[in-house]
Design a protein around this ligand. Structure first.
Ligand code: AMP
Length: 189
């Protein structure tokens, strides 16, 4: 069965074109690596860009969207399947259930919330799937610095640095995903 990659990324259209360039490449690689895409089901921003290029590259694309956001959802050229959920919580649960791994691209509050949820679940041992950040133009560096503060000040165990992996180029990120071996992490409690 194909590896199912779930992406969390910006819904904004107004961001620097550089982020769109990287998102296109991610979409192409999802296709050329024979993966499937699971994502938030919208056509806007980096979300739609990844989906369009993944599908164009031959990947099966599943969009999962809560009914409230349906007007923002995408057309048949971007998804093979659109799953409509009652609310945001059940949508996230469905995305997490279907994914074999998670890729975080630059985004705002929604992206951060989704990324932190899968990291928190992994920290608590609910899953052991890979979580990768594409750190385009150091976008995530302030967040990664904050995480370093967690380890320094002992809010989190140092070993939890291995909950996620950070890449600056998509090629090495996909190489990591393909050869991922679940981390052995200490129990939080
Ligand atoms: P943000 O980073 O605030 O732009 O939010 C992006 C993340 O939140 C995406 O990964 C989506 O899962 C979710 N999201 C935000 N806006 C929408 C939308 N219009 N339709 C579907 N999902 C959205």
């Amino acid at each position: 069965m194909a590896f199912s990659l779930c992406t969390f990324c910006s819904s904004s259209e107004k961001i620097d074109p550089l982020f769109f360039d990287h998102s296109r490449r991610v979409g192409e690689l999802i296709g050329s690596e024979g993966m499937e895409l699971v994502y938030g089901g919208a056509s806007c921003g980096l979300m739609g860009e990844v989906a369009r290029y993944a599908r164009r590259g031959g990947a099966r694309v599943t969009g999962i969207i809560p009914e409230k956001l349906l007007p923002k959802s995408i057309g048949p050229q971007e998804v093979d399947e659109l799953i409509i959920t009652k609310d945001m919580a059940s949508r996230k649960a469905e995305m997490e259930r279907r994914a074999d791994g998670f890729l975080v691209l630059p985004g705002g509050f929604g992206t951060l919330e989704e990324a932190l949820e899968v990291m928190t679940l992994k920290q608590l041992g609910y899953h052991s799937k890979p979580i990768v950040f594409l750190n385009i133009r150091n976008f995530f560096s302030p967040l990664l610095d904050l995480f370093e503060g967690f380890y320094r000040e002992r809010f989190a165990k140092e070993e939890y640095r291995r909950l996620y992996a950070v890449f600056t180029d998509s090629e090495s990120l996909f190489t990591y995903l393909k050869s991922y071996v679940p981390e052995v992490l200490p129990q939080k409690w």
